[in-house]
Structure formats: structure tokens, C-alpha cells
Design a protein around this ligand. Structure first.
Ligand code: NAG
Ligand code: NAG
Ligand code: NAG
Ligand code: NAG
Ligand code: NAG
Ligand code: NAG
Ligand code: NAG
Ligand code: NAG
Ligand code: ZN
Length: 721
């Protein structure tokens, strides 16, 4: 789920289903650009060359077409169609992977009736279309079994009331409206996409007493690529098709991902079921901008005007719309969204190649469920790349190579509803994963624009940039992934909750990366979760010839290769020290404006970071002085590099959201997608709760010390009492 809307860089949450909503870059993100002399073409080792040369644009196109021409939505019901999961297993098996399907029995829902009607104050009514246009040139948009536009895990019901425009639907937006005296209770919320994850918008509306929500796409988030700037709309050109609708899940992702009826444990057929607490009770629907226009226009001149509301990103770019709050007297919406509960099977495909060290495992995954017949970007740019990656490793195996560490490939199901397949899997295997997982590599929206885009835990930054230097980028002259990234992005983001890495990072404390590409301002519009994320769009506008698919796949293959093959594990614990320093600065600058220095003492946190830095430095010295054939010590050091980040999840998790146990970063409680660093402290400060902030200074410091302890040599480690 990656969304290309919004501010700066998109990534995919596919829960986000995957549109990675862009989040604004914040000052606490550390710049990772490292300059150096570029050699072109990059020099590769023998095995690296075999892997890289194996990637083939024509087979990538074949896999992309296979996946993008069929319906692979979750929520189909009790006997979910496993044909795609089986086909994927068959492909991987051809290249030497031992494969199996792993099913979970999960709660999902699916619409049986949807309708939206506007009633004007003069009594006239207007039926709002919930369909995307069928396009002659893009054949999958007309497939009869195409998927309706809806919100997965939406509440079921009818709502009929006046409505209020609520901007991006953040808590701050709602609070502002309340302060301005706008009546929210009993009304329907009209929110634009962008900013918080859509499920958080619906949650906020519900928390403020509203009875339904409509979430629309706004061309104001399309940056320079707009019809207003003279570009033709898809399919004639690269600008947004006005009828495009962003489907998507609406769980409360920043509280709990996965099956909402089995929080914290895997969904087996006979698992006990809890009452759902992390999905909305009010109905909601997604809408295109062209259909949202009359709804917004009817609010012109009513309620509070946009200037006075004065909220970030409040004003969009829909013509003839003033973005007033409303409500407008006598103007109402009738929203109907009847959802049927469908508890049933979902299927993850798992493929394994055993390494010689079975207690060291690297997992590579993407999801295979999609919001439309299509999904050429989300998720099938990733799905196609995974088959090609399996093929590349198959070639290496044929030379007699055997990985030092075990490789696990995963194709997750039901990511789009709320990271369900991956979360249930992590919940099932968490004891083993915490012992053995070296890293989790996620590819979801592998290609949606022309800028390479990485989010990763700090210990994977160096491997990311060094690998990026080895891959030729297909656009520009003599460019590598690194050179393009350094020029156009230059930062590696933290991990929030945008895709299937979530449970690995936040529950398991496992090193992880999410990788792909994102849009530049003039790149073709990526129609997130719309029928227009299609094979036709991919081959016409986004990646004709599949050349970026190839480069991103080669990058992923080399990341995986070094993680499973290098004698000394290429993880850099010391970079956590560098990053945590930057987060500390960010935290201090957040505290300064509220002048809470007197009330919140960060000394304990600073001391813990210093202790960690010393431990990491000692670790580096020890690693540098250990000879590769000193097997016992190399293994000991590798295990420390694998395990130290489990320390960050040692202190019982975040307030009110026990699933999120990582105290270094978490998805923001009110963003859902975008990460927050030192979340226990930061969010308590933002809420003005300094007693809680103080408690989390202690917990966070202890978590950092636990990680530092893991890194210390056996001799130097204090006895655990
Ligand atoms: C399952 O999906 C495949 C193709 O994706 C289709 O050919 C088959 O008819 C489907 N089976 C059922 C029972 O719907
Ligand atoms: C009622 O109001 C709507 C919206 O302003 C307008 O489009 C429509 O023409 C009006 N109908 C009548 C009968 O006046
Ligand atoms: C909801 O509204 C639809 C009209 O859109 C109507 O057909 C249906 O009966 C209503 N359902 C309930 C439960 O009120
Ligand atoms: C995009 O638009 C902005 C403002 O309209 C302009 O400053 C910028 O140069 C444009 N960027 C590109 C790549 O055209
Ligand atoms: C809008 O809000 C900002 C701070 O949030 C403030 O500095 C500015 O003066 C406000 N503008 C208006 C017109 O109220
Ligand atoms: C891989 O290792 C596991 C665990 O030791 C074992 O059960 C399995 O049979 C092995 N698979 C292959 C193909 O060797
Ligand atoms: C690109 O690389 C080739 C081969 O190394 C070299 O001959 C050529 O001059 C380079 N072009 C640029 C613009 O650097
Ligand atoms: C912040 O609070 C402290 C202690 O109450 C006080 O001494 C200091 O002057 C305040 N600083 C500012 C900038 O208001
Ligand atoms: Zn996705």
C-alpha cells in the first residue's frame, strides 16, 4: 500500500494498502548521503554478476501481466481462491525453493450495497457515482468481475445527515473545527486523502461523534503533474484520471495491524475471537475528485472559510471549490455502505532455501492481494521482481553455491486490509523470528516513479547505499541507483506502518528495509488503489520496457546476497548511535517550544545513547580485528549484530498500543503511516502528559541500554540478575 499523494516522498503502505502516503520529511531524519568516487560501470564480484545478469525485462513483463490480469482481492469469503498463491509457489519451486502455503483463518468484510446521494437545500437530489470510468484502451478497467470501490474493514450501515469538510482529517483538523464552533456530532465527515492513514481519518471522525465518512482524492496532491498545468489525463496522458478512486483498508493501523479479532496471536481456525476494537463502527466510502466536487461546492459560502480555518493542506485544487467547512443548511448526504462479514482463509506463499547456519535467517517479502484487477505497481511490481529474484538465486544454486544463511521468500495475503497475512505469520513464528531473523526485506510498490526510495532501520543504511552504488540506473547517462537517489532523495526514512515490514520491526525488533521508487513532481500520476494502476498504465507511462523493475530487482537481489553470504554480517549497529543522536535533537526541538525542559529531564536518555555508542564502537573494533577464519568469534559477533535491536522492544511497548513495542520508532498514533522517533516520549510530550513522558524517558533509556548490553562482549557483559 503505497500512496503517491502528498508531500514529499511516497512509500507504500499498502495497508495501506499500499499507497505509501507521502509524509513530510522531518528534521529528525538523518541525512545519509555519502559522497565518494563513482566507478562506472560499477565493478561486481563473480556471484554478484550472475545474479544481476539473470534479471530479464521480458520475463518481468510476463510475471507482471500474469498478476495484473486477475482478481486477487482478499475478503472473498470462506473458500478464498488460492490459485495465485499456488502459482507463485510453483514459480519459486522451479528455481530450487522448497515451497508451501500457510493459511490463516481471518475476519474480513466485503460490500454488498453502496450508495451515496447529495440532497440540495432546494430539495433536488444528485446521485454520486462510486465507479471509475471504463477506458477502452485499458482493458482491465472493464473486466466484469472488477472490484468495487470500498474501504476494507469499514463499518456497515446507512448514515443520512449534514456534512462537514474536515481537511485531511487529523486530530488537529477536528480540534480546530471544534474550537471554531463547527458542529461535528451527528454529521458526516468529508475528508481528503493525504496526511494521516485513511483509517485514522475515519477513527478521528468517529471519535468526534460523526456518523459516517467520505474520503476523496484531491488533485492538489498531484504536484506539478496536473491537467491545470496542461497535461492530458490518463489514458490520453500522464495526469490523473478525474474518476480515479483510492480504495483501501480503514483499520486503526497505528494501534494494531493484523486480524482485528485476534490481537497479538495468530488466527487459526479455532483461535478465540475478541470483540473488534481496532476497526471503525461508522460506514465510510472512498470518492474521486470529480464526484467530490459537487459535495464541496455545496459548502461554498457556508460554515468557516478556509483562510480562517488556517490548517495545513486544507485547501486543495478542485476547481470552483472554496474548501469551506460547512455544514450548509438543508444540504445533506445519504451514505449507504452495507458490509458483509466474511471470515475465511487467506494464503501466504512461503519459499525456503536452507543455509548452512540455520539460526540465521533472512526473509524477503511482498504481498499478492490487490485492490483492483491490475495492481501493476501495488503490489505486482514487487510480485514480478520476487519471481525474477528466485530465478536469479536458482542460477547461483546451480553453480554449487549454498547460502550461509537461510533464505525465506514470502508472498503475503490480505496486506491491503491491514497487513493481515504478514502480521498473523509474525505472531505465529515470533519466538523463532526473535532468535533467528537477521533481516526482513520488503518490496511492495517496487516501481511507481523514477526516484529510488528507501526506508530502513539504521543498521541497514550502509548496506543500502553500498548496494545502490552497484546497480546501473536505466535513465540518464552513467547513473547508478545511488547517484540518482543521492541527487533526488538523499535520505533514508524510518519505518512506520506502510507495508508488511510492520510486525517484523515493531513487534520483533528485526532489522528491515522497505524499497522501491517514488514519484518526481513531473512523473506520471500513480493512481493509488485505482483501476488505473494497471498493466496498460505501467507499460505506457510508468515503466515502459520494465527497465526500472529490473534495476530495483537487481538491487534487492544483491542486498539479499550479501545478507546471506557475507562471512561477517553486513549490519551496522553503530549507525543506530548516529541516528539516535539525530532523534534526540529532534526531540529537544519539539520540547523547546513548550518550555518543558524544567519538567522533562532527558539526561537518562542521553547517557543511554552514549553508552550505546561506546558499546557499538567497541563492537566495531572487535569486528575489525577478528579474522574471517576465526569462525567462533565471527559467529558470536554476527549473533550480536542480529540480536542487539531486540533490546529496543524489551520494555513492554507503547501506551495504549501493546502491539507496538519498539521504543525507537513507531507509526505515529495520529499518522498511521508516518514514523515517529522515540514515540513513547514524543507523543506524550505532544499530548502534554509530562508524567508519561518521564516514564518513557526511563523506558526508552533502558531499552537502549538493553541493546547496548547485547553488543558488549561476553566477558564485559554484567551478570543478569
Ligand atoms: C480462481 O482464480 C483463477 C484465476 O485467477 C480462476 O481461473 C478460477 O476459476 C478461480 N476459481 C474459483 C473457484 O473461483
Ligand atoms: C437546486 O440546487 C442545485 C445546487 O445548487 C442546483 O444545481 C439545481 O439546479 C437546483 N434545482 C432547482 C430545481 O432549483
Ligand atoms: C440503507 O439504504 C439503502 C438505500 O441506499 C436501503 O436500500 C437499505 O434498506 C438501507 N438499509 C438499512 C439497514 O437501513
Ligand atoms: C513545479 O511547480 C512549482 C510551482 O508551481 C515550480 O516552482 C517548479 O519549478 C515546478 N517543478 C517542475 C519540475 O516543473
Ligand atoms: C495561521 O496559523 C499560523 C500558525 O499555526 C499563524 O502563525 C498564522 O498567523 C495564522 N494565520 C492566520 C491568517 O490566522
Ligand atoms: C531445511 O531445514 C529444516 C529445519 O532444519 C528442515 O526441516 C528441512 O527439511 C530442510 N529443508 C531442506 C530442503 O533441506
Ligand atoms: C560514461 O561511461 C563511459 C564508460 O565508462 C564513458 O566512456 C563515458 O565518457 C561516460 N559518460 C559520462 C557522461 O560520464
Ligand atoms: C522555561 O522554564 C524555566 C523554568 O520554569 C524558566 O527558568 C525559563 O526562563 C523558561 N524559558 C523560556 C524560554 O521561557
Ligand atoms: Zn502494497
Amino acid at each position: 500500500m503505497k500512496t503517491a499523494l502528498g508531500v514529499v516522498v511516497a512509500a507504500c503502505v499498502c495497508v495501506h494498502a499500499c499507497p505509501k502516503e507521502h509524509h513530510a520529511r522531518t528534521h529528525d531524519r538523518h541525512l545519509v548521503r555519502r559522497d565518494g568516487i563513482e566507478v562506472f560501470p560499477p565493478a561486481l564480484g563473480h556471484n554478484e554478476r550472475i545474479l544481476v545478469d539473470s534479471f530479464d525485462t521480458s520475463t518481468l513483463a510476463t510475471w507482471s501481466k500474469y498478476y495484473s490480469y486477475r482478481r486477487i482481492v482478499s475478503g472473498e469469503g470462506a473458500d478464498a481462491n488460492k490459485s495465485v498463491a499456488q502459482w507463485t509457489a510453483g514459480q519459486w519451486a522451479q528455481h530450487g525453493f522448497t515451497t508451501r502455503l500457510e493459511g490463516y483463518y481471518v475476519y474480513l468484510n466485503y460490500p454488498t450495497h453502496r450508495a451515496l446521494q447529495l440532497k440540495n437545500s432546494n430539495g433536488s437530489t444528485h446521485v454520486v457515482s462510486l465507479e471509475e470510468d471504463v477506458l477502452e484502451s485499458d482493458e482491465t478497467t472493464s473486466f466484469p468481475d472488477r472490484i468495487p470501490a470500498f474501504h476494507g474493514y469499514s463499518g456497515s450501515g446507512n448514515a443520512s445527515a449534514g456534512y462537514v469538510y474536515v481537511g485531511q482529517g487529523s486530530q488537529a483538523d477536528f480540534n480546530r473545527l471544534k474550537t471554531l464552533g463547527v458542529e461535528l456530532e451527528g454529521k458526516i465527515a468529508l475528508a481528503k486523502y493525504g496526511g494521516p492513514f485513511r483509517g485514522i481519518k475515519v477513527k478521528n471522525a468517529q471519535d468526534f461523534g460523526m456518523i459516517g465518512a467520505v474520503v476523496f482524492t484531491d488533485p492538489g496532491d498531484d504536484r506539478n503533474m496536473t491537467e491545470a498545468n496542461g497535461y492530458a489525463a490518463y489514458p490520453k496522458g500522464p495526469a490523473r484520471n478525474p474518476s480515479s478512486i483510492q480504495r483501501g483498508g480503514v483499520p486503526f493501523i497505528s494501534t494494531y495491524p493484523g486480524d482485528p479479532t485476534t490481537p497479538g496471536y495468530p488466527s487459526k481456525e479455532d483461535s478465540p475471537r475478541m470483540e473488534k476494537k481496532n476497526t471503525p463502527t461508522i460506514p465510510s466510502l472512498p470518492l474521486s475528485w470529480i464526484e467530490a466536487q459537487p459535495l464541496l461546492r455545496a459548502l461554498n459560502g457556508h460554515g468557516i472559510d478556509a483562510k480562517r480555518v488556517n490548517r495545513t493542506k486544507w485547501i486543495g485544487a478542485i476547481p470552483n471549490v472554496d474548501y469551506n467547512s460547512g455544514p450548509a443548511p438543508g444540504t445533506t448526504l445519504s451514505l449507504s455502505n452495507i458490509m458483509e462479514d466474511r471470515t475465511g482463509w487467506i494464503w501466504n506463499t512461503i519459499g525456503i532455501i536452507n543455509g548452512t547456519h540455520e539460526d540465521e535467517v533472512v526473509i524477503v517479502g511482498n504481498h499478492h492481494d490487490a485492490w483492483m484487477i491490475g495492481g501493476a505497481a501495488d503490489p505486482h511490481s514487487g510480485s514480478a521482481i520476487l519471481i525474477e529474484l528466485a530465478k536469479a538465486f536458482g542460477k547461483l544454486l546451480k553453480t554449487g553455491w549454498k547460502p550461509r544463511r537461510t533464505i525465506v521468500l514470502a508472498s503475503w495475503d490480505a496486506e491491503e486490509y491491514g497487513l493481515v497475512g504478514s502480521t498473523e505469520w509474525v505472531e505465529e513464528y515470533i519466538p523463532w523470528l526473535k532468535k533467528a531473523a537477521v533481516s526482513y526485506l520488503n518490496i511492495d510498490v517496487g516501481v511507481s516513479g523514477t526516484i529510488p526510495d528507501f526506508s530502513a532501520s539504521p543498521d541497514l543504511h550502509l548496506l543500502t547505499t553500498s548496494t545502490a552504488r552497484k546497480i546501473v540506473w536505466p535513465h540518464g547517462e552513467n547513473q547508478t541507483i545511488y547517484s540518482v537517489w543521492a541527487e533526488k532523495a538523499g535520505e533514508i526514512d524510518n519505518l512506520g506502518a506502510q507495508s508488511d515490514y510492520t510486525a517484523f520491526v515493531h513487534r520483533g525488533g528485526i532489522a528491515a528495509i522497505d524499497l522501491g521508487t517514488t514519484r518526481a513532481p513531473l512523473d506520471p500520476i500513480y493512481h493509488t488503489h485505482s483501476n488505473y494502476d494497471s498493466y496498460h498504465w505501467m507499460t505506457t507511462y510508468a515503466d515502459p520496457g520494465f527497465v526500472m523493475h529490473k534495476a530495483i530487482g537487481q538491487f534487492l537481489a544483491l542486498m539479499l546476497y550479501h545478507l546471506v553470504d557475507d562471512a561477517s554480517l553486513p549490519l551496522e549497529p553503530a549507525n543506530y548511535g548516529v541516528e539516535m543522536r539525530a532523534y534526540l535533537k529532534g526531540l529537544e526541538s519539539k520540547i523547546a517550544p513548550v518550555n518543558s525542559t524544567a519538567r522533562l529531564d532527558l539526561t537518562q536518555l542521553k547517557d543511554a545513547i552514549a553508552t550505546f555508542e561506546t558499546a557499538a564502537q567497541n563492537f566495531n573494533e572487535l569486528r575489525a580485528s577478528t579474522t574471517p577464519n576465526d569462525f567462533e568469534h565471527v559467529t558470536q559477533l554476527n549473533h550480536k549484530a542480529r540480536d542487539f535491536s531486540r533490546g529496543f522492544i524489551s520494555q513492554g511497548g507503547l501506551p495504549g498500543r501493546v502491539f507496538y513495542q519498539n521504543l525507537i520508532f513507531a507509526p505515529g498514533i495520529d499518522t498511521g503511516y508516518a514514523p515517529v522517533s522515540f514515540p513513547g516520549i514524543t507523543e506524550a510530550v505532544q499530548a502534554g502528559d509530562f508524567a508519561l513522558a518521564k516514564e518513557y524517558v526511563g523506558k526508552t533509556a533502558r531499552a537502549i541500554l538493553a541493546a547496548a548490553d547485547e553488543l558488549k562482549s561476553e566477558e564485559a557483559r554484567p551478570e543478569l540478575v
